[in-house]
Write a protein that binds this ligand. Structure first.
Ligand code: PGA
Length: 244
């Protein structure tokens, strides 16, 4: 495990983007596992900038996202599809057909999970999986639980996550369910980059990296991954020991 503590959010974002850009230089048809949330926004901005400067080419890249809300259309401003389109895909030369997300509008709940699991299998091993961490230690929408969910599954969001998300839903209709890659899906990526920012994540990050490995802190399982890079800004990572 590598632990990198950067000066601030911008340098955290740049460090994560640089890893992706190096990956694309080595393998232009890389498969990227992507995440939403406020943490990766800066990383996407860096990738867009690299594309605009002519140093990044996404034309052969395929992407799979971690999760999506149930019941939101891709055009809903809070759907993760909308987030990905407007914050990243629309600004680079990626083919939208090569960007995959679970279908949160599929009416048959079992089918949502099965279809996405099949899609992940069909696409193959992700070269890099980007992750953020929730205030409760969740990765994707794998919430604290008594056991680790292995595969794509539909989850009831915890009160804490619903409350954290409510800032984005002015009409109060915060989705209560989501579909997410499971822990085994996440862990099957070749390399995992966990990016973490801000003092509010400091405690949970420490717990995930130094506490027990437990489904009560889903991110703690990442320590078993052979190729994990944690990039935290100073506010999140000031109590961590760097490992390079
Ligand atoms: P955030 O979310 O980046 O908006 O803090 C991270 C997460 O919940 O995984």
């Amino acid at each position: 495990m590598e632990i990198i503590v950067t000066e601030d959010y911008e340098s955290m974002s740049r460090s994560a983007a640089e890893i992706i850009l190096r990956q694309l230089k080595d393998k232009p048809d890389s498969i990227l596992g992507l995440a939403t949330g406020s943490t990766p926004e800066g990383m996407y901005r860096c990738l867009i900038k690299a594309y605009e400067e002519g140093t990044a080419d996404f034309s052969k890249v395929q992407t799979v996202n971690l999760d999506e809300y149930i019941g939101l259309k891709g055009t809903h401003p809070q759907s993760f599809r909308y987030y990905m389109d407007t914050k990243f895909f629309d600004w680079v030369n990626i083919s939208k057909k090569s960007t995959y997300m679970p279908d949160g509008m599929e009416l048959c709940i079992d089918k949502i999970a099965d279809d996405y699991e099949k899609k992940l299998e069909e696409i193959g091993k992700r070269d890099i999986q980007i992750l953020g961490i929730g205030g409760n230690g969740h990765i994707g929408f794998n919430e604290p639980a008594d056991s680790f969910a292995e595969y794509v599954n539909v989850v009831e969001l915890t009160e804490e996550t619903i409350a954290a998300n409510s800032r984005f839903f002015s009409d109060g209709n915060v989705p209560k369910r989501a579909v997410t890659m499971g822990i085994k899906d996440i862990m099957s990526a070749e390399r995992i980059i966990l990016i973490v920012s801000g003092s509010s994540k400091r405690g949970i990050l420490k717990k995930a990296l130094y506490g027990g490995i437990t489904p009560k802190v889903p991110a703690s399982i990442l320590r078993l991954h052979p190729n994990l890079v944690v990039i935290a800004d100073r506010e999140a990572g000031e109590e961590l020991e760097e490992v390079r």
